[in-house]
Write a protein that binds this ligand. Structure first.
Ligand SMILES: [Zn+2]
Length: 534
């Protein structure tokens, strides 16, 4: 046995699922200087010196890794209007909410909201500038759709941005217009960026403080490692912002993925920003090849239901993909590409099918969401070593949009997780929070429940053939997510790994599947230290 020191922590009496296939279950762990030095059965632990922690027979899992998250948006959403149930059920509700806020708003501020989904609004349509004008004509209003790829603004905002009926659509974007050619206020993809340039940005310190607050909230959901898939170099640089948050108390191990449009302008990274042993580091370059299923902007084939010529939007070119890949290769980081529709996924696989991977320890290319791959695409992605990072919460939360835009049969063929795993594709689960229509979008247990039941929140069938078992779902949020995010020594409870683990109030391996979303975290440990306790 290991020689033990006074400072060792001895965790006993746990029902530990380790995510280590060699030794999946254990009841005790010994931790020294933040790392696990021994895992096994309690009966093998002799009476030794050290601090004993009784896990009280509760289920223990490795700390969860959210491989695709937008922490800054999530943090800032708390200061915006939540345009989702249970607060907003209709455009009329939305107008009321904005009116409430506008009376207290400073005159130079934009009113912001997030999360609307026309499928969940009783009017069954998106709000327009004319709806929002009923709330205010002198304050600019900017409301982001649940997918985050589409926004609706009021007439005051259009005036400030300078969008008129003569403004052309920007490349990769669309300004919706009515039958007279008047902009309706709905701005898709890159057209949304036109507005964002005019919106005042919070300071780096304000953002860092918001991230620090979010860190505690995510620890209460068992999330000990995070990613930011929309990292930017300006107005505040995210590496600096997250490191400032760490000084204020952000605990999670954090990987940043910088947007290609920013990297293209500033192609150099300082060596310390790429060092994976640092709590915050840069892991990849991100770009978009299409929009969303729920916003009918995913680049699909066949077209969206009932719209024979709507195949969605292609938002990048082969040249851009290859240029971004060269930059990723140069820095030895990943190329991370958003793709939901069949055509978008095929386009990426075709572009990179013959290209040699540049990373040896992990997939060089990740496809984010990978909602609608054909079986052929799955085979080819597996052959090329392209990873898929998906979000099982989408089908659970956005079922109205999926059924409306694809129909029930096609919806049930989306996210064929067992086929992807069987083909040998490296995969991870994640939440994409806050880019989904759910009030608690970062809660990993909602995604796990969706993946193991393939039932939506309203019990709609989302594809019974594509269920996975609970341990596989946990692996996708732990060990498999580590293999994709490349964060050192996390995702398993094994010798040499950080003692990052969570204690659940109910045993996820015992309770009925429909109860999984009621699981709460009793304690979260990082490096053997209690960082959250109920
Ligand atoms: Zn995202």
């Amino acid at each position: 046995m290991t020689i033990r020191k006074q400072s060792d922590q001895i965790f006993i009496n746990g029902k530990i699922f380790t995510s280590n296939p060699v030794q999946p279950f254990a009841s005790a762990m010994i931790v020294r200087d933040g790392k696990i030095i021994w895992v096994g059965e309690q009966s093998d632990v002799a009476i030794i010196d050290g601090d004993y922690v009784d896990l009280q027979g509760q289920r223990v899992l490795p700390g969860l890794i959210d491989a695709h998250l937008h922490p800054l948006w999530l943090a800032n959403n708390s200061t915006q209007i939540a345009c989702t149930p249970p607060i907003v059920h209709s455009i009329a509700d939305l107008i009321e909410q904005i009116k409430n806020v506008s009376t207290t708003q400073r005159k130079d501020h934009w009113i912001e909201g997030w999360g609307y989904d026309e499928g969940k609004l009783v009017e069954g349509r998106s709000p327009t500038r004319w709806d929002l004008d009923k709330a205010s004509t002198d304050l600019p209003i900017f409301i982001t759709r649940t997918c985050t790829h589409i926004a609706v603004v009021n007439s005051k905002a259009l005036e400030l941005i300078g969008i008129t009926e003569d403004t052309p659509d920007p490349p990769g974007g669309k300004i919706d217009r009515d039958s007279d050619g008047e902009p309706t206020g709905i701005l898709r993809e890159n057209a949304k960026e036109l507005a964002q340039r005019f919106m005042p940005a919070p300071s780096l310190e304000e953002n860092a403080a918001a991230l620090t607050k979010l860190s505690s909230f995510l620890l209460s959901h068992g999330i000990t490692a995070i990613t930011d898939l929309s990292s930017r170099t300006g107005p505040s640089d995210y590496f600096e912002m997250y490191n400032t948050a760490v000084k204020k108390g952000l605990k999670q191990r954090t990987v940043l993925y910088y947007l290609w449009e920013d990297v293209k302008e500033n192609p150099q990274f300082k060596p310390e920003t790429l060092e994976r042993e640092n709590q915050v580091h840069i892991g990849g370059i991100k770009l978009f090849s299409d929009g969303s299923v729920s916003g009918k902007t995913a680049w699909v084939n066949p077209p969206f239901l009932g719209e024979a010529d709507n195949y969605g939007i292609q938002t990048t070119t082969k040249e851009e993909l290859l240029a971004a890949a060269r930059a990723a290769e140069q820095h030895q980081i990943q190329l991370v590409i958003h793709a939901m529709g069949e055509q978008a996924i095929d386009y990426i696989i075709d572009t990179f099918y013959d290209k040699k991977p540049w990373l040896s320890d992990a997939p060089s290319i990740r496809i984010e969401h990978a909602s609608m791959p054909t079986l052929h695409a799955i085979q080819r992605a597996a052959e090329t070593g392209i990873a898929f990072v998906t979000q099982p919460i989408f089908l659970f939360a956005e079922i109205e949009s999926y059924y409306n835009n694809l129909g029930p049969d096609r919806t049930k063929q989306t996210y064929p997780i067992p086929s992807m795993l069987a083909a040998g594709i490296k995969m991870a689960f994640s939440s994409d929070a806050p880019a989904t229509a759910w009030a608690d979008p970062a809660n990993p247990f909602i995604g796990i429940k969706s993946a193991v039941t393939r039932l939506a929140y309203d019990q709609s069938d989302t594809g019974q053939d594509h269920r996975i078992d609970v341990t596989t779902a946990i692996m996708l949020y732990t060990k498999f997510a580590q293999e994709i995010t490349r964060i050192p020594a996390v995702g398993q409870l094994a010798v040499g790994y950080h003692a990052d683990f969570i204690v659940l109030d109910k045993d996820i391996l015992e309770i009925s599947l429909d109860q999984i979303d009621t699981i709460r975290i009793n304690q979260t440990y990082m490096g053997g230290n209690l960082v959250f306790g109920r």
